[in-house]
Design a protein around this ligand. Structure first.
Ligand SMILES: [Ca+2]
Ligand SMILES: [Ca+2]
Length: 318
C-alpha cells in the first residue's frame, strides 16, 4: 500500500511538472502564425546554396558573406559539410561564390553557424569570425579574407569554457567579440530535447578578448542572433523563444546593461544592422510547430522583419 501511495504521488508530481512545463513551453516558444506571402519586389533565389543558409553579413562595399550547411541538434541530420560563400550584392547576376580555405583547416568537420566580420581600421584587413561546431563542440574560427583570390586564410581557433554553445557572434576588435550561448546544456540530447522541454531562461551572452572572458548578460530562453549599433554603443540580442529583441548598452569595461526589449511577434534568429539608418533586419520563423515537425509538403516558411527607429529611440531617451 505504501508503495502504491508513493507511486501515485510521484505520478501526480510528474504530471504537474509536465503540465507546468507544457504551458510554459507553449507560452514562450510556440508561435504558430501562418506565413503571409509578401515577397520583396527584387527577391531572387540564390543558386549553389543547397544546404541552407544560417547567417549573412554584409561589408560596407556590398560584399556579403554567407554561411551554409549547419547541422544542429533537434533538426534532421545531414551529411553536408559547411561552406562559406561571398556574394557581390551590387552585381545584378547575384551569384554566390564559394570561398577557398587554407589547406590546413579541417573542412570535413566544419559545421558553420553564426558569422561576423571586422574590418581593421588601421590597415583595412577584413577578418571573418565563424562559429564552428565540429563533433558537436563549440569554437570560433578567425579567418582573414583575401579579396584578390576570394579565399579565407585561417588565423586561429578560439576555445573557452564559457563559449560552450555558441550560436552567433559580433566582432568588436581584431581579437574581441560578443557571443550568444543558445543553450545551457552541451550534450546534443539535452540540447535538442530536455532543454526545450524545461523552457528555462538559462542562456547568456559572453564577452571574449585574449585578456578577459566573462558573462555580460543572462536570463535568455535562447539567445540567438547578436549584432551592434553603427556607433558601437549598443548590442542587440534576439531571444528566439521569447519573441523579443533585447537592446543593451555597452559600458567601458564591455559589460552590457539592459535598455529595453522590442516584441517582434516571431521567432527571430540572426540580425543584420543597416550601417546608415541603424535599422535591424531579422531572419525569423513565424511558425515553431511547423519548424519542429518539418514536413516537406507543408514547409514552415520564414520571414524577414525590419525594425526601424530602434537606434534613434534610445538616442532620444539618453
Ligand atoms: Ca551574425
Ligand atoms: Ca542564429
Amino acid at each position: 500500500m505504501g508503495k502504491l501511495v508513493f507511486i501515485s504521488i510521484a505520478i501526480a508530481a510528474l504530471s504537474a511538472l509536465i503540465g507546468e512545463r507544457f504551458v510554459n513551453l507553449r507560452r514562450i516558444t510556440l508561435a504558430s502564425r501562418e506565413l503571409v506571402q509578401n515577397h520583396l519586389p527584387n527577391c531572387v533565389t540564390l543558386k549553389n546554396l543547397d544546404y541552407g543558409s544560417e547567417d549573412i553579413t554584409i561589408l560596407d562595399n556590398g560584399l556579403a558573406f554567407i554561411s551554409t550547411g549547419l547541422k544542429y541538434p533537434g533538426f534532421p541530420p545531414s551529411d553536408a559539410t559547411s561552406k562559406i560563400f561571398a556574394l557581390d550584392m551590387k552585381d545584378p547576376r547575384m551569384k554566390p561564390v564559394e570561398l577557398r580555405m587554407s589547406r590546413s583547416f579541417d573542412l570535413d568537420s566544419f559545421n558553420a553557424h553564426g558569422i561576423s566580420v571586422y574590418s581593421d581600421p588601421s590597415d583595412g584587413t577584413v577578418y571573418l569570425f565563424v562559429v564552428n561546431h565540429p563533433h558537436h563542440k563549440s569554437q570560433v574560427e578567425q579567418f582573414i579574407f583575401l579579396e584578390d583570390d576570394f579565399s579565407l586564410v585561417h588565423v586561429k581557433t578560439i576555445k573557452h569554457e564559457l563559449l560552450y554553445s555558441v550560436n552567433d557572434i559580433v566582432a568588436v576588435g581584431v581579437e574581441a567579440f560578443y557571443a550568444t550561448n543558445d543553450h545551457y546544456f552541451t550534450h546534443p540530447i539535452f540540447k535538442g530535447i530536455v532543454e526545450p522541454f524545461l523552457a528555462l531562461p538559462w542562456s547568456n551572452v559572453v564577452y571574449y578578448s585574449p585578456e578577459e572572458v566573462k558573462v555580460v548578460s543572462e536570463g535568455y530562453y535562447s539567445a540567438n542572433g547578436i549584432n551592434i549599433s553603427p556607433d558601437k554603443g549598443h548590442i542587440y540580442v534576439a531571444d528566439v523563444f521569447d519573441h523579443n529583441v533585447h537592446v543593451l548598452e555597452r559600458k567601458e569595461d564591455n559589460a552590457l546593461v539592459s535598455v529595453k526589449s522590442v516584441a517582434v511577434g516571431s521567432l527571430c534568429d540572426n540580425i543584420e544592422v543597416d550601417p546608415e539608418t541603424g535599422d535591424l533586419w531579422l531572419g525569423c520563423h513565424p511558425n515553431a510547430w511547423k519548424l519542429v515537425m518539418f514536413d516537406v509538403k507543408d514547409p514552415p516558411g520564414s520571414e524577414v522583419r525590419r525594425l526601424t527607429k530602434v537606434y534613434f529611440c534610445y538616442i532620444l531617451l539618453s
